[in-house]
Ligand binder design. Structure first.
Ligand code: GLN
Length: 348
């Protein structure tokens, strides 16, 4: 082995090794692992091709490459994944967020009254704002103190001088209440709170590893004042006083039908928790009680949005109608497969 192992040599070696191990995207994996081992961004790697790796970086890289070579998902090794507008920490024992769940979040957000425009715009100035005060400004929302100018047209620079919160929040605006059941990493709860500053989210999970990870993620994003994570199955841990007042119940429950579970990729089967995947014989074991609980938990006119297996949507829509939902819509994911059920509770 060369004494000086440059970034370029390490990238080539990693890519070749992972290719032989059957990695579907060895080039991308090698970039992510090198980036993680050196602390350089993927772009910076290319600007430092000739830089030699330190002994420590080499050892770290070898450990990462051996994990990836044995099939461990990249995201468990790097410890994070991008999800919509945020980055979420992930770890073994908790499901890795997937792109189809980003579609679920879109549907959930679309079901809520839009936030005032000024606040919505602020939510997407995220990076600059997060760097300046450690959390997205949007997180001030209703729960915090910095709500500026709701409904007014002043420039953002005027905001610090804005009037006290009581005077700028129109009387009729209230906090929207959201339940995210089977939250896992908390990616849904965090995205909703991050993208919609007037929400308060109660997130639940039966797995304690998930509960602590979701709390960690909410904390890291500066959203823990609006996200409460509780341990329990479905709605079991939700305070009974809140039942009947939710605007949105959103969930990515375990939904893979048991027969399909036998065919899922080895990388998923061997490394991700089956508790987060197995939906029972027809994939709806969790959905049915979830729909029944939601029918009680939502306020009239509230929305249930659930991610499901592509083969289960029609049956789920029928089950939602049986549970008392008035209107149901099936939404496709980015690959064109039926994926999300949106069900609205009647107002009567
Ligand atoms: N979309 C995931 C997968 O196919 C399943 C997630 C779930 O069961 N909630 O691996």
């Amino acid at each position: 082995m060369n004494d000086t192992w440059t970034i370029q040599a390490a990238l080539d070696w990693t890519q070749g090794y992972l290719e032989r191990k059957g990695d579907e995207n060895p080039r991308l994996s090698s970039q992510w692992l090198l980036s993680e081992a050196t602390g350089l961004s993927r772009i910076e790697l290319y600007a430092h091709f000739d830089k030699p790796l330190s002994m420590g970086e080499r050892d770290t890289l070898r450990a990462y490459v051996s994990r990836r070579g044995s099939g461990e998902p990249l995201q468990y090794i790097t410890g994070e994944v991008g999800f919509r507008h945020i980055s979420v920490k992930v770890k073994p024992g908790v499901l890795i967020p997937r792109p189809e769940t980003e579609v679920l979040v879109s549907e959930g957000l679309a079901a809520l009254p839009a936030p005032p425009k000024r606040i919505a715009a602020d939510a997407f100035e995220s990076d600059a704002l997060r760097e300046s005060d450690g959390r997205p400004d949007a997180a001030h929302g209703l729960a915090g103190s910095g709500l500026h100018g709701g409904g007014q047209d002043g420039a953002p620079e005027d905001a610090p001088e804005a009037q006290p919160v009581d005077e700028v929040i129109p009387e009729e605006r209230r906090e929207l209440l959201v339940a995210d059941l089977c939250t896992g990493s908390g990616c849904i709860a965090c995205s909703i709170a991050y993208e919609h500053p007037e929400t308060r989210v109660i997130a639940t999970d039966i797995a304690s590893e998930a509960v602590s990870l979701a709390r960690e993620n909410a904390e890291a994003l500066g959203l823990s004042d609006r996200i409460e994570v509780l341990e329990g199955s479905l709605g079991e841990a939700v305070p009974s006083g809140l039942v009947g007042s939710f605007d949105l119940v959103i969930s990515n429950p375990p939904y893979i039908p048991t027969a399909v579970l036998a065919e899922i990729p080895k990388e998923v089967a061997d490394f991700e928790p089956s508790l987060a995947l197995d939906g029972g014989d027809d994939g709806l074991d969790l959905f049915r009680p979830l729909a029944l609980w939601s029918a009680r938990a939502l306020r009239p006119g509230g929305t249930l949005a659930v991610e499901l297996h592509e083969t289960c949507l029609d049956e789920a829509a029928a089950a939602a109608k049986d549970a008392g939902f008035a209107v149901t819509t099936i939404v496709e994911d980015l690959t064109g497969r039926p994926r999300v059920l949106v069900a609205r509770k009647g107002c009567g």
